[in-house]
Design a binder for this molecule. Structure first.
Ligand code: AMP
Length: 181
């Protein structure tokens, strides 16, 4: 599941994973759990997350490879928020092979709407990185580091683009449609 912060990746990924019975692997959730539990990994990641920057690739990729090796991921998985830059794609593919990434679902939402959604989430859920200035950094990091992946997946014929505007069920309907194609 690919898209800028606030596009609805987490929401749609959770629904889709539940619907098709595969694990939903959100690197953001995994990292936040490590921070909450004050693990060594969490301590390495926390400052980057609070600033809205990416956590170093080797930390995140090692975490993902470890998770993909667990039994419940043997028959498939839905990655949410990973890979997040070209180096992460290369490292994952090198470790586990090209088919590790079968299809990227891109949720497209314009920037004004993203800022509105993230600001509202910051108010409702108190996520530290949903503060206004951190939101700007996260959007810029997406444009610089993650957006180039769109072209990468497209050139491999592994990209499905979706309009991420609308209600949660409306967007979910579009997700199901592209998977049915
Ligand atoms: P998210 O919940 O996906 O918006 O992620 C929250 C934060 O966790 C990001 O702003 C990054 O600091 C960190 N993070 C999540 N996934 C990755 C990743 N694949 N690579 C590097 N940092 C990540």
């Amino acid at each position: 599941m690919l898209g800028p912060p606030g596009a609805g990746k987490g929401t749609q990924a959770a629904r889709l994973a539940r619907a098709i019975g595969i694990p939903h692997l959100s690197t953001g959730d995994m990292l936040r759990a490590n921070v909450a539990n004050d693990t060594e990994l969490g301590r390495q990641a926390q400052a980057f997350m609070e600033a809205g920057d990416l956590v170093p690739d080797e930390v995140v990729t090692a975490m993902v490879i470890d998770r993909l090796g667990q039994e419940d991921a043997a028959c498939g998985y839905l990655l949410d928020g990973y890979p997040r830059n070209p180096a992460q794609v290369d490292d994952l593919v090198e470790a586990l092979g090209e088919d590790v990434l079968e299809l990227a679902i891109l949720l497209e939402v314009d920037e004004d709407e993203l800022v509105d959604r993230l600001t509202a989430r910051g108010r409702e859920q108190g996520r530290a990185d949903d503060a206004e200035e951190v939101i700007r950094t996260r959007l810029a990091v997406y444009e610089e580091q993650t957006a180039p992946l769109v072209e990468h997946y497209e050139s491999k014929g592994r990209l499905a683009r979706l309009d991420g505007l609308g209600t949660i069920p409306e967007v979910f309907g579009r997700v199901i449609e592209v998977l049915a194609e």
